[in-house]
Ligand binder design. Sequence first.
Ligand code: 9MR
Length: 378
Amino acid sequence: MSISRRSLIKNSAIAAVLLGIKNSAIAKAVERTGIKDFYKDDFRIGTALSTSTLMKNNEALLALVAREFNAITPENCMKWEALKPKDKEWDWTAADKFVEFGQKNNMYIVGHNLVWHSQVPEDVFKNEKGGAISKENLTLKMQNHITNLVSRYKGKIHAWDVVNEAVEDDGSWRKSPWHNIMGENFIAQAFHIANDVDSKAHLIYNDYNTESPAKRNFIVDMVKRFKKQGVPIHGVGMQEHLSIDGPGVAEIEATLIALAGAGVRAHITELDVDVLPSVWNLPTAEVSTRFEYTPERDPYIKGLPKNTEEKLAKRYEEIFKVYLKHHDKIERVTLWGTADSETWLNDFPIRGRTNYPLLFDRKLAPKPAYFRLLDLKK
Ligand code: 9MR
């Protein structure tokens, strides 16, 4: 048994005595420290909360999140189409529950996200007659959306993903409707609007594949330009949707160093490690990517073989070693979900597969990768 695991149990036993609790299982549930406590001197450890967890009040999962994590991000409930669906009024139900949960548990609360090309109703980019919207009117819509959202949670949400995924993998601007209608300046404008509404919030640009050199360089140049121009950008989110085989940690490290050099904090915003066979050339989180289901592409329906479980644990270990080495540059490390049953990777880029990218299994039990990360801090 590892020292960390032993110390968890020892802490629980001491707590049980102090609290006069005889049933050690209850004592463990009450007092067990979580991974957040092991990393408290390095960076926060966060997770994403799904809309269903919040709306169904999934108590088991929420209790696990409260024990293990000290930062939360809403997986979907603060996206444009969820908050302000086409032709409907604002619906704050899930978002309010999310913020309440974070406040109740004293967590670092992240808002995700203000401006993105995905999960936004198409009519946002049209005028009242269904034709092309003008630059001025789209700017007003953006301003209205950011102002409503940021002001509702002012002083409660600590950090915002202001703009999500505006850069292509080859290091060029994504030709999204935001870009095509407002020009590349839409990014700086979004940061200014958010900052005008809540000048204390920490403002982040968030993207995937930030380890790839072309994309990294482009983002770092953008940050440097913004800093010179006085655009209020404070952090860059490295999503870190990684695979069990790559990219190499040297590339992750290079991005952490480059971001610190550009004067922003690094946030690991959406970490997960895909273990399933890759059916495309590059790992990508581009949401429009889809492939057909075949049984060979879904080999672990009955469970993850021991050697792959071990490979996953080692992969998490090597990734966290780099994070620890550069803890001074990192604000938080957030996983994109808590348990394997809820990961988006069960349905991406092929629907209905059985994936194992997170730290807790389908029964909410910690996996070998979890204990390996505790052992790094013993
Ligand atoms: O995990 C999210 C999934 O439930 C949604 O269906 C998907 C839709 O676009 O978005 C996922 O989250 C994405 C995040 O918001 C931005 N970066 C990539 C994430 C994975 O696609």
